[in-house]
Design a protein around this ligand. Structure first.
Ligand code: PLP
Length: 452
């Protein structure tokens, strides 16, 4: 039998290739990349290779790896207790985190339900919305439908996949899923015929309004990623769309669930994307950056109206029928608290505008390349879309996408990024420095120049 620490690097690579089953990865083509440690915005693999973490370890790392403040908080908590359930009790750090989250999130989200990842925070929101309509003071049990946007992505559990509209992630599972009402995909790059950037917001909003008006009495909630649809390929919404959706949901008595799993915690330049348009949803899902990207934790935040609908006498059975073993884990909560401390101590939000501008300036020269169809950026979230034909925005044919190849070349330049089809995604930690931004963009430029 093999004992621990006896594996050579070759063994590790072999086990990784043959036994570790990676998500969203074709294992027949997988080339092992095994990380040993991290330092700041850099990853170090088992061969000692240094790689800039251009994807924030899948959009979650905020302040860099091995951050002393977050490490110390986790260690300190470990010396007290590693886990406490949140069913009927709770660890102290989770309570403290709750207080801080209520302070930093949009006004009115005063209640926090913990879970373990983005997908489970969405599942909780869906079930909360459903149960809310069944048992609130003036129940409306017929409100059982959900609206999701075109090309939405809300995670990989069955509820999240049902909401999802990215064809190749979701169509395969069709028979497993529940029906949703599909709204428009408010894409500002590929506009419908006769729609201009100036009329895009009106157009998408009208399409949305027509969909919900008339059947709003059956609709429990609208679920949306505010401002940026990340997994669909960094699709950027027209300004004002979120605000108008919010106003209409209030007018028609539909709940709004904002999925800030990707956009939350500073990625768009503000703490939460909703805050760009002064929107306070009824429910908000957060995960990824919640612990600074250190430990798995997610949360669904709810308004007073929702919370109140779950209060009652014991025999009324109004409690939320949902809960996970590791919800509110104290070490994850300690990391979350420390991450919020780092936001303050290092003036993270205050330092973002200069980084966002620098990234934008560095990206500009790429725009003239004949195969770069669009460079879209919101804060430190970027999508660089490669197209076969620029004028017509014609994508490369299915099966001939180039994004993965460009990212492979970037790896040769010491930069780790992941594509979404032909969209090169850049989402560095908020702690990225000016010279690292230059390294990141230079690697993309190199990758594109090698590919074409
Ligand atoms: N919602 C959005 C908007 C996301 O971008 C993601 C993940 O990328 C999820 C939900 C799912 O989160 P997780 O992968 O943590 O389950």
């Amino acid at each position: 039998m093999t004992t621990k620490n006896t594996y050579s690097n070759a063994d590790i690579a072999h086990i990784d290739r043959t036994a570790v089953w990676h998500g969203f990865t074709q294992m027949a083509h997988y080339e092992p990349l095994v990380i040993e440690r991290g330092e700041g915005n850099w990853l170090f693999d088992i061969e000692g290779r240094r790689l800039l973490d251009g994807a924030s370890s899948l959009w979650c790392n905020l302040h860099g790896h091995n951050h002393p403040t977050i490490n110390a908080a986790i260690r300190d908590q470990l010396g007290k207790i590693a886990h406490v359930t949140s069913l009927g009790m709770i660890g102290r750090t989770a309570v403290e985190l709750t207080g801080r989250l209520v302070d930093v999130t949009p006004e009115g989200l005063n209640h926090v339900f913990y879970s373990s990842d983005g997908s489970s925070s969405v599942e909780a929101a869906l079930k909360m919305a459903f149960q809310y309509w069944q048992q609130r003071e003036n129940p409306q049990p017929q409100k059982t439908k959900y609206v999701a946007m075109g090309a939405a992505y809300h995670g990989d559990t069955t509820g999240g996949v049902s909401l999802g509209g990215v064809e190749h992630f979701h169509s395969l599972f069709g028979p497993l899923l529940f029906d949703v009402l599909r709204g428009p995909c408010p894409d500002t790059y590929r506009l419908p015929e006769n729609v201009t950037p100036e009329t895009a917001c009106d157009h998408y909003f009208e399409t949305f309004r027509e969909l919900v008006t008339g059947q709003h009495q059956q609709i429990a909630a609208v679920v949306m990623e505010p401002l940026v649809q990340g997994a669909a390929g960094m699709i950027m919404h027209p300004e004002g769309f979120l605000r108008r959706v919010r106003d209409l949901t209030q007018e028609l008595d539909i709940l709004l669930i904002c999925d800030e799993v990707a956009t939350g915690f500073g990625r768009t330049g503000k703490m939460f994307a909703c805050q760009h348009e002064q929107v306070s949803p009824d429910l908000m899902c957060i995960a990824k950056g919640l612990t600074g990207g250190y430990l798995p934790m997610a949360a669904t935040l709810a308004s007073d109206a929702i919370w109140n609908a779950f209060l009652g006498d014991l025999d009324q059975n109004k409690q939320f029928f949902h809960g996970h073993t590791y919800s509110g884990n104290p070490m994850a909560a300690a990391a979350g608290l420390a991450s919020l401390d780092v936001f303050e101590e290092e003036q993270v939000l205050e330092n973002l505008p200069a980084k966002i501008d620098h990234l934008q300036r560095c990206l500009q020269p790429l725009a003239s390349h004949r195969h770069v169809g669009s460079i879209r950026q919101r804060g430190l979230m970027v999508g660089i879309e490669l197209v076969e034909e620029k004028a017509s925005k014609q994508p490369f044919p299915a099966g001939q996408t180039r994004g993965a190849r460009v990212c492979r070349y970037a790896l040769d330049r010491g930069v780790w990024i992941r594509p979404l089809g032909d969209v090169i995604v850049l989402m560095p930690p908020l702690s990225i420095q000016a010279d690292e931004i230059e390294t990141l963009v230079e690697a993309v430029r190199y990758g594109i120049s090698q590919e074409f």
